[in-house]
Design a protein around this ligand. Structure first.
Ligand SMILES: C[S@@+](CC[C@H](N)C(=O)[O-])C[C@H]1O[C@@H](n2cnc3c(N)ncnc32)[C@H](O)[C@@H]1O
Length: 202
């Protein structure tokens, strides 16, 4: 069963990479941050490339905005590197992750030990409406359809020097949104292929 799934994922990846080409993001070494949540997150592994991205693109370390927090794995990973991390989520999951009851209160209590993490319970659309705040890095990991990813992207790329997206290898729509965004904003689109894929727009 696992072999069949791997063949399927590989064929999806090949189609994606042909249709929406990106600059390959290559790494000399991985760096693991000190603080991490211990559970089997789909984000697992990506914590090891954050520092490399920050150094390579000279991203300042003041404020980071995350769209899509779920159980907090990426939020805690990012909190190792920024003075403040603001995390926006409906906390109800979505059609990709599977809907569940709102976990905001439970997560707020669990993450309270990390004083530089702030949770905001909101749809990303309300948060960006009329919002002129600037961030050093914006990380996007919401529902993986083209429209939502693209709408969130467009705002994010105008409000940060570096925008990062999860699931470029597993969801063609995310890759397509990154590709179009980079074309339209005349930015560069790098893709890191491991750990389900990380798109980097700079
Ligand atoms: C794949 S999970 C995020 C995983 C997380 N980054 C991690 O480290 O494991 C996607 C999250 O996006 C949130 N989400 C989906 N659509 C959203 C929207 N329109 N506004 C805000 N959050 C949304 C869901 O509630 C869900 O928790």
């Amino acid at each position: 069963m696992r072999d069949i799934l791997n063949i399927y994922y590989k064929s999806v990846e090949e189609k994606i990479n042909r249709r929406y080409p990106a600059l390959p993001y290559q790494l000399a070494q991985l760096n693991y941050p000190k603080n991490l949540l211990r559970y089997d997150s789909h984000w697992g592994g990506l914590e090891s490339i954050i520092l490399n991205i920050l150094i390579r693109f000279e991203v300042p370390r003041n404020n980071c905005l995350e769209f899509g927090t779920e159980y907090g794995y990426s939020a805690v990973a990012l909190s190792n590197y920024f003075y403040s991390v603001t995390c926006v989520d409906t906390f109800e999951r979505d059609v990709n992750a599977g809907k569940h009851t709102n976990n905001y209160n439970e997560l707020a209590e669990g993450l309270s030990v990390w004083e530089n993490i702030q949770l905001i319970k909101s749809d990303f659309r309300y948060l960006i409406a009329g919002n002129d705040s600037e961030y050093d890095l914006i990380y996007i990991d919401i529902v993986h359809n083209f429209t939502d990813t693209y709408d969130c992207d467009i705002w994010a790329s105008k409000h940060s020097q570096c925008t990062v997206f999860h699931d470029t290898q597993s969801y063609p729509e995310v890759n397509k949104a990154c590709y179009h965004l980079a074309e339209e904003t005349h930015k560069k689109f790098y893709n890191y292929e491991k750990f389900l894929g990380l798109g980097i727009i700079v």
